[in-house]
Design a protein around this ligand. Structure first.
Ligand code: R2B
Ligand code: URA
Length: 317
């Protein structure tokens, strides 16, 4: 784990990208003229997706619909390239909201992905196809979420460098056609460093660290908690597991990182994971912070994300 917090230097990385890259898909079957229904989003490829989404440069993803709304509302006020909505108006969802709530503020989409990788997977596939059909270029996906820290206190923001699966490998595992498939689940080190520098300069009061993340399919047993409805291991086993994770450089546990890192990597989409810890799992399992504290924790992670987006949009035009 490396750490940067408060007071120090205020250098902001500026990287200029000169080439443009379309959002790619890897599926020969979709290269025909039939309409592709993005069922869970309530959108389809026969719509004028180009006029709606071709300018998208960032997709912000968080678990809950209320976080997607909060991010959209903050983007309206804080995004350098967006002049805000006329007084009295609020942001509105796009498509249907049964499963996901999507908003667009200038070149930034904010959408929730639900809890866990199955829900995130649907969103990643459909959002990627949406942006592909729309002809969007140089798009970056950012997950801003919550997690349980390992050796870091509640309120600390972790920038993930690599995500581990249940076997503690830096891989995402998925069973496809009855076979186990695995892909690397790392995050581009340059992206991590860029965000760390922006955070240090723009959000100096937030404690920010970099490290690995364990992505699990279960909040309770999968994360070694002692407070689930079922627990078939001992407290000793739990701490041996957390210490093993810590020794591997894992600083937090959540439920989406491995898929997020691997999916974006497979399609060459720039990606970042900005997760705030809600608690230090070495001290307990229950999330006991007040709602005001929890809200501040996520606000801080969102502030870092928006500062980073602003730095990129300002530097690259
Ligand atoms: C973090 O928080 C959620 C579980 O409470 C899950 O989506 C995650 O990754
Ligand atoms: N989200 C998780 O997945 N785990 C935690 O401990 C806290 C939030």
């Amino acid at each position: 784990m490396s750490s940067s917090s408060s007071s120090s230097s205020s250098t902001t990385t500026t990287t200029t990208t000169t080439t443009t890259t379309n959002v790619k898909i890897q599926n020969e079957y979709l290269k025909n003229d039939e309409t592709d229904y993005l069922y869970h989003l309530g959108l389809d490829s026969s719509m004028d997706l180009k006029s709606m989404f071709s300018d998208v440069r960032f997709v912000c993803m968080g678990g809950s619909a209320s976080r997607a709304l909060k991010i959209a509302q903050r983007l309206c006020k804080e995004l350098n390239v967006f002049e805000g909505l006329p007084a009295g108006l609020d942001v509105a969802t796009i498509g249907k909201t049964e499963r996901y709530s999507m908003y667009k503020v200038g070149p930034v989409v904010s959408v929730n992905h639900g809890m866990g990788m199955p829900s995130l997977s649907i969103l990643l596939h459909e959002t990627t196809k949406l942006l592909h059909y729309a002809g969007a270029k140089d798009v970056m996906f950012i997950r801003v979420g919550t997690s349980g820290g390992i050796g870091i206190e509640g309120g600390t923001v972790l920038l993930t460098t690599a995500a581990l699966n249940g076997e503690l490998d830096e891989l995402f595992t998925l069973y496809v056609l009855g076979e186990k498939r695995q892909w690397p689940a790392t995050i581009d080190a340059d992206v991590v460093e860029e965000i760390r520098q922006v955070a240090r300069a723009q959000c100096p009061s937030v404690k920010v660290v970099t490290g690995k993340t364990l992505g699990t399919d279960c909040f309770y047993e999968g994360q070694g908690r002692l407070d689930g409805a079922i627990c078939e291991y001992t407290e000793h086993d739990k701490f041996a597991f957390l210490k093993r994770l810590h020794a591997l450089g894992v600083c937090n546990i959540e439920m989406e990182a491995s898929l997020f890192a691997a999916f974006t990597r497979r399609l060459g989409i720039r990606a970042a994971l900005i997760n705030v810890a809600l608690l230090n799992r070495l001290h307990g399992d229950q999330v006991t912070s007040t709602s005001a504290q929890l809200s501040q924790f996520t606000d801080d992670a969102i502030s870092i994300m928006i500062a980073y987006i602003n730095s990129k949009l300002t530097n690259q035009g």
